[in-house]
Design a protein around this ligand. Structure first.
Ligand SMILES: Nc1ncnc2c1ncn2[C@@H]1O[C@H](COP(=O)(O)OP(=O)(O)O)[C@@H](O)[C@H]1O
Ligand SMILES: O=C(O)C1=C[C@@H](OP(=O)(O)O)[C@@H](O)[C@H](O)C1
Ligand SMILES: [Mg+2]
Length: 261
């Protein structure tokens, strides 16, 4: 004879079995939708769709005692779903390169949320390692020392797959960094006009290479010196002038899928 506790546990086991079975079924269907969209050339990510699913779930379970918990569960289900799709679509890492102020750090964060892919910013990692700001590293140890840590950090990160890396604007001036990044990454160059760049970074004095020299001629000079290196390293080039982050991220996704499918 089963006691009451054992009986309840058996009921719970049955629920778990149904949850797992349906979860697997749901994810299989998501992958079928993905394959269909790819075949028909439809946009892969449809931001409105997640809200639709959430609204539908909440409406159809309006009698639930656990509306907040259901919402939480569905958020997680959709997060997992996005991650599975991204893994299938992008079996590589994505490295963002380009001049200061082209949006590498911010776009990496936005892409990371959209693709549910981990992102690492080389400069942020360096600052954490050194417990110092980039400005302090330049001031205390000089640019050469910063470049050495930058190179070590890129080497370390380039071993990893399925992440988004935002590099600093000077990273690709060193050939070894390009070779390392290209091991596991598709390299995306973000571009912007000097006028746009200066507008974006003029209020920010965290970049030692433009500190006290925040004028158009200096930015243009630096851009000219670096242009060839950026273009040589790039697999994909995205103009960011007059574009919002959301559109830049979507363009990156579109271009990567077009080129590497
Ligand atoms: N497309 C854009 N539209 C508006 N502001 C932008 C855009 N790209 C970057 N910015 C702004 O410019 C500044 C520098 O961006 P950041 O992501 O740090 O660039 P990077 O890492 O390439 O130096 C930030 O304040 C950011 O919000
Ligand atoms: O262009 C460069 O040489 C640099 C760009 C900075 O990063 P962002 O491009 O993210 O601003 C940072 O790595 C450092 O100040 C040097
Ligand atoms: Mg940055």
């Amino acid at each position: 004879m089963l006691n009451e506790l054992e009986r309840l546990r058996q009921e719970i086991d049955k629920c778990d079995e149904a949850i797992v079975k349906n979860f697997e079924k749901r994810m299989e269907l998501v992958m079928e939708v993905l394959a269909y969209k790819k075949e028909k050339g439809l946009p892969v990510f449809h931001p409105g769709r997640e809200q639709q699913v959430m609204d539908k779930v909440l409406a159809s379970f309006s009698h639930t005692n656990l509306p907040e918990e259901i919402q939480q569960l569905y958020k997680e289900i959709m997060r997992i779903s996005r991650k599975l799709q991204s893994k299938r679509l992008f079996p590589y890492s994505i490295a963002l390169i380009g001049f200061m102020g082209t949006g590498k750090t911010t776009v990496a964060m936005d892409l990371s949320e959209k693709l549910e892919m981990e992102y690492v910013d080389v400069d942020i990692l360096i600052q954490e390692k050194m417990e110092m700001t980039i400005g302090e590293i330049f001031e205390n140890y000089g640019e050469g020392y910063f470049r050495k840590i930058e190179k070590d950090t890129i080497k370390e990160l380039s071993q990893r797959n399925n992440i988004i890396i935002s590099s600093g604007g000077g990273a690709v001036l060193d050939q070894e960094n390009i070779i390392n990044l290209k091991k596991n990454c598709k390299v995306v160059l973000l571009k912007a006009a000097a006028e746009t760049i200066i507008k974006r970074i003029k209020g920010d004095n965290t970049r030692p290479l433009v500190k006290g020299k925040m004028h158009l001629e200096h930015i243009k000079d630096l851009l000219d010196q670096r242009k060839a290196a950026y273009h040589e390293a790039a697999d994909i080039i995205i103009d960011t002038d007059d574009k919002i982050f959301d559109d830049i991220s979507k363009e990156i996704v579109r271009e990567l899928l077009l080129k590497y499918e």
